[in-house]
Write a protein that binds this ligand. Sequence first.
Ligand code: SAH
Length: 221
Amino acid sequence: MKHETRAEALAAKLRRRMVQQHLQGRDITDQRVLDAMGRVPRHKFVASHLQDQAYEDCPLSIGHQQTISQPYIVALMTQLLRPESNSRALDIGTGSGYQAAVLAELTKEVYSVEIIAPLAESAQKRLQTLGYDNITVRCGDGYHGWPEQAPFDLIVVAAAAPDGVPESLIKQLTLGGRMLIPVGTSNQELLFIEKQCDGHVKEATIAPVRFVPMTRKASNH
Ligand code: SAH
């Protein structure tokens, strides 16, 4: 086994504290989600000058005017999705790749789409270096999902859709599939969508949230 450096030991200690205080201390009760958040090294998903803030419960800049989401929100979204070890997941807005990594700990395969090319490239490299061989990253407009790999049991979206839930994403859910997506512009809401076994789509509002807006490729307008 690789010898744990002092920096890694400190990161592990801060990570355990984050899980206890900010996740268990609130309403994250799914032990698999708590364990996954306890394993993924969030400090490796941010720039070196932000590493000492990586286990605080806040979003952090990842450049290109984008952020890695707050740990509590990642945990809440992951818990609500009810991931299973044989699930196939679609992650829209790869960003740093952190949400994809948390999902990859809990599912069979994760497909992740990022619209900003340098972010997609660096996330892919990072996830590869960390050994996540069940994540595939693609650069593109996630508004359309990933039709070639559909359907998905779980879909998680990290950028707010201004005009409601894209029909293309609902189409790409399996029967019984679940999706979390922020919608709106200045006032956003996190929506939970479940495609029931009879094909009926059920929608519930989870909480007011603040995500970066979903951007679109000019060719799609
Ligand atoms: N899940 C990320 C959060 C990144 S913030 C993480 O864990 O770090 C949201 C990301 O969505 C940004 O990187 C942004 O570039 C991306 N994004 C915005 N609109 C998009 C679109 N239409 N398709 C794909 N990605 C998009």
